[in-house]
Design a protein around this ligand. Sequence first.
Ligand SMILES: [Zn+2]
Length: 340
Amino acid sequence: MIHTLENNYITYKENSLSGLQIISEDIKPLLIGRKEGFSMEKIGESELNIDINSITIGEGDVNILIWTQMHGNESTGTKAIFDLLNFLENPAELYKERDLILKECTLTIVPMLNPDGAKLYTRKNANNIDLNRDAVSREAIESQVLYDICESVKPNYCFNMHDQRSIFNVGNTNKSAVMSFLAPSVDIERTVTESRKDTMRIISSINENLQKILPGMVGRYTDEFYPNATGDNFQKRGYNTILVESGYYPKDYDREISRMYTFCSVVLGLFDVSKKNKGYNYELYNNIPQNGTKYFDIIKRGEIEYIAYQYEYSIKKDKLSIDLKEVNRGDLSKFIGHNE
Ligand SMILES: [Zn+2]
């Protein structure tokens, strides 16, 4: 399946979305006028009164909740989720797999939970709140929107879609972490509960397939417990949550390549859930290497000292602007630059 998905990706790709900044106006036309079976609903408004919408499809009893861009400047998941909607409409050679997903699952997708952050190209919302640290107090309107949709869907599985910075490598290797996953903990002891095992099992299955097209470039996040984090909190409330982090593929600054791997990861996860195959060994999750932080965007190696730079993105005069910022200097011999 994975090779067919990859080979047909061009037919699934939503060509109207590209680049790093995706805002509410970009996705609105893609939510309306979809084929029969899709239903769109406004589920709330952001702090700056931009609509937050959900789209639902499928008739199965396994409820899936997917949300993207809770961090406004992390748009890869949103691009991938519209590729997913295209796949669900027209799966090319994969009708059997698509039909099984829609027969077994009901998908509720919230593309762009934080439209204000998307517009301002910030991680946080318009009131400077990090939604991913606001799951308990829910000070942000958007956190309450997510809470409410979760309580109404009562998901068996959640996909919490993020982008990770370009600093991450896989394990001890020099390979960039193009995709990373986490089965969040439910307590500080990082107890492997039955529901966490289920999440670990799905991630292991995604990873096994992803390795066939992205060998050595899949990592795992540290499972330290963050009680205020959305994934940890959801997992604790009994909603199995898979954290998906889209990362940097060499030279892919617009994250269009990792977008494809993100799309594949979600389809693989949904297909795995639909097969209801609980026999897969969840412990394989622990074999996915943890992420390291070996990378800078650029390292300039001089005679005596090295200088490391990272790209910084911000909105200037209504346009996304990229600046290079010095972030480290000295003996950086243990680090690697994506560019040297
Ligand atoms: Zn994030």
